[in-house]
Every structure is written in structure tokens, then in C-alpha cells.
Design a protein around this ligand. Structure first.
Ligand SMILES: Nc1ncnc2c1ncn2[C@@H]1O[C@H](COP(=O)(O)OP(=O)(O)OP(=O)(O)O)[C@@H](O)[C@H]1O
Ligand SMILES: [Mg+2]
Length: 275
């Protein structure tokens, strides 16, 4: 049987495409919350900050079918997992390659490389197809990639789809983003309850207030204190209006400063997990 190294076109199954191998399992951060609360904004700023803290390489996963994390990060996506057809993974496997390696190879083709991070987008399934296959691909590939990145940051779609289906596995940290309004905070309670019922430890679930101005609605979110408070930031809005990737807002802009503090906190947690 030919090895993947002999099949020049197909990268081998050890180390990431940068040739780096991370000895320890990745620290996975999933970002969820009500629609429009700032999940994608937070994901992109967090990725930028982690890279600045030297916590690289990072795998950014856009698990929202309405993919736009790439725009927030300023990269282009060629192929999404949702566009991959199931048949291709049963009929078109090159001779001498296992299904496992073929999945890995196709998965790598869908990955966009950038400075300090790679990006993978779930996208939408083509035609009337369901997400089952794309979801299976994501969970299988995530397991395979577990040791290749320092951090995996997953921008999920609004709601709990990915966590309830187990697609993203059990993240090391689940950040639930909320604006300080009552509806966002009630969603926090619901998401938290589902995550706990699915076996995620309470200590792994944290609330992040975004677009914070003066205070939060009087909604009891239990013992949870905000893990981070990200202020309303005109630079975020200005980037959106000017169609500039939000990850490129000035380093001293308030949202970026707050997310950098969050990144340092998360890097510390990842460090402690390893010792
Ligand atoms: N801290 C902030 N200051 C100012 N505007 C913000 C801030 N965070 C997010 N926004 C704005 O809020 C809007 C929604 O943000 P974003 O797209 O990140 O939310 P989302 O939770 O990912 O939305 P969706 O549920 O649609 O995926 C955007 O217009 C963004 O520019
Ligand atoms: Mg989003």
C-alpha cells in the first residue's frame, strides 16, 4: 500500500500544514449566545488577541451556516464542509488511501491558512441535504486535529445546535455571549441549562457581556458573574460600516483591550490545565 508521503499530493497525517506539531491537546473555546449578541465579533477579536499573546497556531471554526467569521478575520473561504458530498467519501477515495486519511485530506483542502491561524467553515449543505454528514465530518476532523493547534475557537450559530448534537465535542470553555438586555440574559440561562444537561461541567461555562454601556437588566443568571465585560465600541461599528474586518480595529480600542484581557485569562486556564 502506498503511504500518504508517496502520494505527493496528499499531505501526511501528522503535524499541521505549517509543519508544527503541538504536543498537547488543543484548548477548545466554543462561543455561543443569542443571535446578534456579538459571537462573531468576539471570536475574531479573541483569535487576534490569542495570536498576539503568542498562543498560536489557532484553528478558527465557523460553525454558523451563515458563515461570516472569515469576513471578520479578513480571509476568504474556498470550500466549506457543507459543500462536500457524502458520495465523494465513499466512491472517490484514491486507491491506497484509507477513508480516514481521505477525510483528513479533504478537510485540509477546506482549511484556509493565514498568519497565526487556520480557518474552517461549516457552510450550508448543498441542495436539500441535511447537516448530518457535514456535522459528522466536523466532529471526526476535530478529533483528528485535536493535537495540531494550541487553541480551537468555534463561532457557533445562535442557539445550541452544535452543542446539543455533540458536533463540537465537549469544549474546555463555553463562552455564552450576551448583551446586557433581559432577552440575552434569559438566553444565557437556557443555553447554560442545556449545556449542563449534556454533561458540560458548570465550571467550564462562562458568561461574557458584550456591548456593555451602563448596566445589565435585572435577570438572575445564578451564581454566574461575567467572565469578561466588553464595552460598546464605536470602532466595531465603524469597521462594520466601512466593511473592514473587525479583527483589524485599533489595538487600543475598548473592545479589543477587553478581549485581550479575556485572552490572557483563557491562556492562563489552558496553561493550568496542562500542569
Ligand atoms: N462591542 C461592540 N460594540 C459595538 N458594536 C458591536 C460590538 N459587538 C458587536 N457589535 C455589532 O453587533 C452586530 C452583531 O455582531 P456579531 O455579528 O458579532 O453578532 P453574532 O452574535 O455573531 O450574530 P449572529 O447571531 O447573526 O451570528 C454587528 O453589527 C457588530 O458590528
Ligand atoms: Mg455570527
Amino acid at each position: 500500500m502506498r503511504s500518504c508521503r508517496q502520494l505527493q499530493k496528499f499531505p501526511c497525517a501528522s503535524g499541521n500544514r505549517r509543519g508544527e506539531t503541538i504536543a498537547k491537546p488543543s484548548f477548545t473555546i466554543a462561543i455561543s449566545g443569542k443571535g446578534g449578541t456579538g459571537k462573531t465579533t468576539l471570536s475574531s477579536l479573541l483569535i487576534r488577541s490569542l495570536i498576539e499573546e503568542g498562543e498560536r497556531p489557532i484553528l478558527a471554526v465557523d460553525a454558523d451556516p451563515n458563515a461570516n467569521l472569515h469576513e471578520a478575520l479578513g480571509v476568504e473561504v474556498r470550500e466549506t464542509l457543507g459543500s462536500m458530498r457524502e458520495e465523494a467519501f465513499t466512491k472517490n477515495i484514491p486507491p491506497g488511501m484509507s477513508r480516514h486519511d481521505y477525510i483528513r485530506y479533504r478537510f485540509r483542502q477546506a482549511i484556509v491558512e493565514s498568519d497565526g491561524f487556520d480557518l474552517l467553515a461549516m457552510g450550508r449543505p448543498e441542495g436539500s441535504g441535511c447537516y448530518c454528514f457535514a456535522n459528522d465530518l466536523l466532529s471526526e476532523s476535530m478529533q483528528q486535529l485535536g493535537r495540531e493547534y494550541r487553541f480551537i475557537v468555534i463561532d457557533t450559530e445562535a442557539g445550541m445546535e452544535h452543542i446539543s448534537r455533540g458536533t463540537i465535542g465537549r469544549p474546555d470553555v463555553l463562552l455564552i455571549v450576551s448583551d446586557p438586555g433581559a432577552r440575552g440574559l434569559r438566553t444565557v440561562i437556557r443555553i447554560r441549562a442545556i449545556a449542563i444537561s449534556l454533561g458540560l461541567g458548570e465550571e467550564k461555562i462562562h458568561v461574557v457581556f458584550n456591548r456593555f454601556k451602563t448596566g445589565a437588566a435585572q435577570v438572575d443568571i445564578g451564581k454566574q458573574v461575567p467572565f469578561a465585560i466588553i464595552p460598546e465600541d464605536p470602532a466595531v461599528e465603524a469597521a462594520d460600516l466601512a466593511a473592514i474586518p473587525v479583527a483589524q480595529i485599533p489595538p487600543d480600542s475598548p473592545a479589543r483591550v477587553a478581549v485581550r484581557e479575556l485572552a490572557v485569562k483563557l491562556a492562563g486556564m489552558a496553561e493550568r490545565r496542562e500542569t
